[in-house]
Design a protein around this ligand. Structure first.
Ligand code: GDP
Ligand code: MN
Length: 387
């Protein structure tokens, strides 16, 4: 799960990371109020969407008066902002963050990420801030500094000093950098984050390090014990079908083809999508009903998959271990009857109670297209989607 920049800044501030004074606003009038409240003579107005690249796309504006703050707010709110991270449709701007502008002397990059290779939290830093770290890594890999943290002892001061020195932070900036690094590390540990990124971490004209941008991604599997983080979830930033699916204990992933896939287990989902592709089709999505799916769960799965207008055919591929094919069949029959499904539905069942499941489908009198195995099912689904 991702949160907005302003939420990340407010959270990091509680750990001792210096951030500019600011406030969130939902209207141009409120934006003007916030600017007056935080005072100063220059402000930065920033669109709050779950994507970076806002600076180049007009989502970060400098304002020299309250009137300019209001104008910038009015230009951003209610519009879709397209950045290189949003995709061509962009993201709707519904909140903005107004903060006191900083006089930037230099921009750095500082991030923490869980490195899957070493299975450890790794600090990543660079003297080249403000731009994509991936780009810096491609063009100047020697300017990307990495430091792995041993979970048994935590992040040590000497590690922070080593990284800060490699970034070129000297004198008064060194102890500030150490404090910021340790603060972000504590936050990532406490809150079960997968990534925390400050880009840019800026040095201002008063020789102070300050976080001008912040991005934090949290581990979805830990949200059950992170109530404060859960509160920050912005459903408007997520695919509504994925939100609904997760509410029913289903995993839904949107793709761009024409065949909706209802499967159990991620491995079977991969195999199903491979088989579809092999037969010349493309999956529109996949929905994993998991183990022990009740008829209701299967009906919900059909409804969610059909919300995608690109779905021309549905492929149900269930290998029942904990699941029961008769329950799956009951759910499919319920869905066919209650949802008035017109798209062709190809069903391949195997495993527990498979005979009972097939019998239910056959005696229902509904137009299921049954398949003997995965290959047969994929071929039939591709043909049905084209027909
Ligand atoms: P992003 O493009 O979505 O990553 O948004 P950022 O928050 O990183 O802002 C983009 C750029 O705007 C930064 O790299 C800075 O160069 C600039 N910027 C952000 N805040 C300030 C500020 O307070 N003062 C000045 N002068 N520039 C700023
Ligand atoms: Mn940034």
């Amino acid at each position: 799960m991702n949160i907005h920049e302003y939420q990340a800044k407010e959270l990091l501030k509680t750990y001792g990371v210096p951030v500019p004074l600011g406030g969130v606003a939902y209207s141009d009038k409120q934006a003007a109020n916030v600017a007056e409240e935080i005072s100063g003579d220059r402000w930065v107005v920033k669109a709050q969407i779950h994507a970076g690249g806002r600076g180049k796309a007009g989502g970060v504006r400098l304002a020299h008066s309250i009137g300019e703050v209001r104008q910038a707010a009015d230009n951003m709110l209610g519009r879709r902002l397209v950045t290189h991270q949003t995709g061509p449709g962009g993201s709707l701007v519904q909140r903005i963050w107004i903060e006191q502008a900083s006089d930037i002397a230099k921009e750095y990059y500082l991030g923490f990420v869980i490195d899957r290779g070493s299975q450890r939290i790794t600090m990543i830093a660079s003297s080249e801030g403000g731009m994509d770290i991936e780009e810096v890594n491609r063009t100047h890999p020697e300017k990307v500094i990495k430091e792995t943290v041993d979970p048994a002892i935590g992040l040590r001061d000497f590690q922070c000093r080593k990284v800060a020195a490699a970034m070129g932070l000297r004198g008064k900036l060194m102890p500030q950098a150490v404090k910021i690094m340790k603060a972000i590390y504590r936050c990532i540990r406490d809150k079960d984050a997968l990534l925390a990124e400050i880009n840019p971490l800026a040095v201002n004209k008063n020789d102070q390090l300050v976080a001008l941008d912040a991005k934090i991604t949290f581990d979805d599997n830990a949200l059950y014990r992170q109530h404060q983080i859960n509160e920050m979830r912005d459903f408007d930033e997520e695919d509504p079908k994925e939100v609904e699916a997760s509410g029913h204990g289903l995993n839904y992933i949107a793709l761009d083809g024409s065949i909706g896939c209802i499967v159990n287990g991620a491995g079977l989902a991969m195999a199903t999508m491979d088989a579809i592709t092999l037969h010349g089709g493309r999956p529109a999505n996949f929905l994993d009903v998991g183990g022990g799916a009740s008829p209701e769960k299967v009906t919900n799965a059909c409804r969610i998959v059909l919300q995608d207008p690109n779905v021309k055919a549905i492929l149900v591929n269930i290998f029942a271990g904990i699941n029961r094919c008769d329950w799956i069949a009951k759910g499919l029959i319920q869905a066919m009857e209650s949802l008035n499904i017109t798209a062709p539905m190809v069903v391949r069942l195997a495993g527990t109670n498979v005979e009972a499941g097939r019998e239910l489908l056959e005696s229902s009198g509904l137009s299921f297209i049954t398949a003997q195995n995965l290959d047969d099912a994929a071929a039939k689904a591709v043909a049905a989607a084209q027909g």
